[in-house]
Design a protein around this ligand. Structure first.
Ligand SMILES: [Zn+2]
Length: 243
């Protein structure tokens, strides 16, 4: 594990696998949460009939996972970071510190930051009122969903912007990989469900190069359990390989 940027002050490298194996006395396999969730959808979920797939997990950030020719593809360890595909040169600031990433528009964290800025500028929204009523401190997927049902103009606008960014970013990844299927998962993806899956598919179309045969765009089937199921698959593969 190296430079885990979401752990403040963590810049070095640490062999978490050996440390866990020593402390737990069991073999340990390490995987990226989104990649293992994509593997789970590939083996047991929405994409079990396909050989190549792109998982797009739309939540606090936007994570991605890749399966090519039936195998996970992780590059040198960091492949699948679809949230940081650039959708606008010199665009909005991303939580990663760069500019114009898809996640800067579509990540729930970035969407909340934007909503807070707009409120400071005097714009009206029900988002934070719903948040307080539900005793939350963050704009969760459920809060966004409720605000959309109320047709809250700011929520509608920010989600529209997120979908445009997802359309451009996911289509760009599809142009590179030509996968058979795209799985939409993650907190927001699963909570907003099929109508928004369709909207993402529609937003992708103008950007898909092979537009006579775009990939299937499907909703993740394993929900929040996808990551845990994928991690269990990874652990059982490691056991088999060690045996
Ligand atoms: Zn970024």
């Amino acid at each position: 594990m190296s430079t885990a940027r979401n752990l403040p002050g963590w810049e070095g490298t640490f062999d978490v696998r050996s440390a866990l194996e020593r402390d737990l006395g069991a073999s340990v396999a390490i995987g990226n949460d989104v990649q293992v969730a994509t593997d789970a959808e590939f083996h047991l979920g929405a994409a079990s009939e396909y050989r190549s797939l792109l998982g797009v997990f739309w939540g606090t950030g936007v994570g991605g996972g890749i399966v090519i020719d039936g195998k996970p593809f992780i590059g040198r360890g960091a492949a699948g970071e679809i949230g940081h595909v650039v959708v606008e040169i010199g665009g909005a600031k991303c939580p990663c510190g760069r500019h114009g990433c898809m996640e800067a528009y579509a990540g729930r964290g970035a969407m909340e930051t934007r909503a807070r800025e707009l409120v400071k500028k005097g714009e009206q929204t029900d988002l934070f009122e719903i948040m307080e009523k539900r005793g939350r401190e963050r704009l969760t997927s459920g809060i966004w969903a409720r605000a959309l049902v109320r047709q809250d103009p700011m929520a509608v606008r920010l989600v529209d912007r997120a979908i445009e960014a997802l359309g451009a970013g996911v289509a760009s990844a599809v142009n590179l990989l030509d996968v058979e299927a795209v799985i939409i998962g993650g907190g927001l993806g699963v909570r907003l469900g099929d109508p928004y899956r369709k909207r993402i598919e529609h937003a992708m179309l103008p950007h898909v190069f092979a537009d006579t045969r775009p990939p299937r765009v499907l909703l993740a089937q394993l929900g929040d359990l996808g990551g845990a199921i994928g991690a269990a698959l990874l652990a059982s593969e490691a056991e088999t390989a060690a045996a």
